[in-house]
Ligand binder design. Structure first.
Ligand code: ZN
Length: 97
C-alpha cells in the first residue's frame, strides 16, 4: 500500500501530465468520472456528479476522485475497480492487502 502511494505521488509530480476535462461520452447519471487505462495522454473525464462532491477530506471527495482515476493508467498503477465504497475497500484490504 505504501509503495503504491509513493508511486502515485511520483506519477503526480514528475512523470506525467494529466488532463482533466468536464463531461464525456461515457458520463451517466451515476458516473463520477472515468479514464482509459491505455490512454498515454492521461485524460480523465469528470462527470457532473463528480463536480458536486466536496473539496474537503471526505468520502468520495473530488480530490479523492482525481487520485482514484490516475491510478487506473497502465503506466501509473494499472489499478482496476475491484470494490466500491468504504465496506468494499475494507473487505478488500483484509482479503487482499
Ligand atoms: Zn475507477
Amino acid at each position: 500500500m505504501l509503495e503504491n502511494l509513493k508511486h502515485i505521488k511520483e506519477a503526480w509530480y514528475t512523470s506525467h501530465n494529466f488532463y482533466f476535462s468536464c463531461g464525456g461520452d461515457e458520463c451517466h447519471s451515476s458516473t463520477y468520472s472515468y479514464a482509459w487505462a491505455t490512454d498515454i495522454d492521461h485524460n480523465v473525464f469528470l462527470c457532473e456528479l463528480a463536480l458536486t462532491r466536496s473539496l474537503n477530506r471526505s468520502i468520495d471527495s473530488l480530490p479523492g476522485i482525481l487520485i482514484h482515476e490516475i491510478t487506473h493508467f497502465d503506466d501509473v498503477l494499472m489499478a482496476g475497480d475491484y470494490a466500491f465504497g468504504v465496506d468494499g475497500a475494507e473487505n478488500l484490504a483484509y482479503s487482499a492487502p
